[in-house]
Design a protein around this ligand. Structure first.
Ligand code: NAP
Length: 344
């Protein structure tokens, strides 16, 4: 029986991936690290007892090391910056004597050019095949980069038995279908902050763009990599195993701001249609958001996944723009946007 250890199973990405894993591999023994007994009970119930749990967090390093030693497949979708837990995974994998796969979730924010318009590089697109050497040479100051670097050393520590892959999504959209959190990050965080503050913003003119991908297409890549591993087929791994996932045309953040404002006004969640053009410092101060994720350029070309058969089916531009309303609707219905005009 294949044993899978999941970190981040209650999350948007991890939950959606695991949900697909349970469908495709009914015989896998799945164990998840969870932070509370409440989450353990939730996972048990939501998965009909299929998911076993270990109570702990990313700082329980011995626990992570042992769980990794006892697994054939490890999926990390909890943090792309927590180095101590990745060191524990590396330590455990270095001594494995059976074939093991580690899939780490990073983020295409690693490519972010700048929040300073003087240093924008809007024409730059990164292919995970053609530009892999450049991607692997990004400085440590880029988001997620120290964790990516650490993960990329793991396969070399035990090349006969260990394969690693990094999945690096840009903006993920769509309602998740895991066990607990079902909403993504960038657009939901933006929506929540705008509802709280009462109006919207762009970082400067908002003339920066990110690639996007639907959560189902993200999960499909994890499944594909797992399938290759289980079937003992070769697939790019280690330093060459850095997978982008994206489709369609990168969205401009000023267009997202306009779409969000229109929707929130129509739903009477805000009354003020203004969109302030703010500096990164003002964004952080007024909206409590790190401006880089709404005010830089990140454009990815997923050549590597396509080379092993990944085909996005839900990530078109029309799906992306339609999903903003669906995400706001979901957040409103689930009490995530509890502030309405009457409470302003
Ligand atoms: N969503 C996106 O658009 C996107 C795009 C690119 C990259 N990513 C990256 O993908 C990863 C997952 O993102 P997500 O959107 O799925 O986030 P999420 O929904 O917040 O899920 C995070 C998961 O990690 C768990 N977790 C967080 N901190 C932990 C800790 N200290 N110890 C143990 N478990 C911990 C959470 O557990 P609890 O349930 O206890 O909170 C949850 O299961 C992140 O690294 C994120 O940066 C996300």
């Amino acid at each position: 029986m294949t044993r899978l250890f999941a970190i981040g199973a209650t999350g948007y990405v991890g939950g959606s991936v695991l949900s697909d894993i349970l469908k495709v591999y009914p015989d896998f023994e799945v164990t998840a690290l969870v932070r509370t007994q409440e989450k353990a009970d939730l996972l048990k119930t939501a998965s009909n007892g299929r998911i076993l749990t270990i109570l702990g967090d990313l700082d329980d390093l011995d626990l992570i090391e042992n769980a990794t030693k006892n697994a054939d497949i490890i999926i990390n979708a909890a943090s792309n910056s927590h180095l101590p837990s990745l060191q524990s995974i590396k330590k455990a994998l270095a001594s494995k004597k059976t074939s093991t796969l580690f899939i780490h979730t990073s983020g295409a924010g690693v490519l972010a050019d700048s929040v300073d318009p003087a240093h924008y590089n809007p024409s730059k697109e990164y292919s995970d095949v053609k530009d892999i050497d450049e991607i692997n040479s990004l400085p440590d100051t880029q988001p997620h980069r120290p964790a990516d670097k650490l993960v990329q050393t793991i396969q070399d520590s035990n090349p006969d038995y260990v394969k690693t892959a990094i999945v690096s999504p840009p903006t993920i959209f769509g309602i998740g279908y895991g066990f607990d959190n079902k909403i993504s990050a960038q657009i939901p965080y933006l929506v929540k902050s705008v509802v709280k503050v009462g109006h919207n913003f762009t970082v400067y003119e908002g003339n920066t763009a990110w690639s996007h991908v639907h959560i189902e297409d993200v999960a499909a890549l994890y499944i594909l990599i797992v399938q290759k591993f289980v079937a003992k087929e070769s697939f790019p791994s280690g330093y060459k195993g850095y997978y982008f996932v994206a489709d369609g045309t990168p969205h401009l953040w000023k267009d997202v701001a306009m779409a969000v404002t229109e929707l929130l006004v129509a739903r009477k969640l805000i009354s003020d249609p203004r969109i302030d053009k703010l500096s990164p410092e003002e964004v952080e101060k007024q909206f409590g958001l790190p401006a880089l994720f709404w005010g830089s350029n990140v454009k990815t070309i997923p050549d590597l996944g396509k080379s092993i058969g990944w085909k996005p089916t839900k990530s078109s531009d029309s799906e992306f723009w339609a999903s903003i309303d669906a995400e706001v609707d979901f957040m409103q219905k689930h009490g995530i946007l509890h502030r309405t005009l009457s409470s302003h």
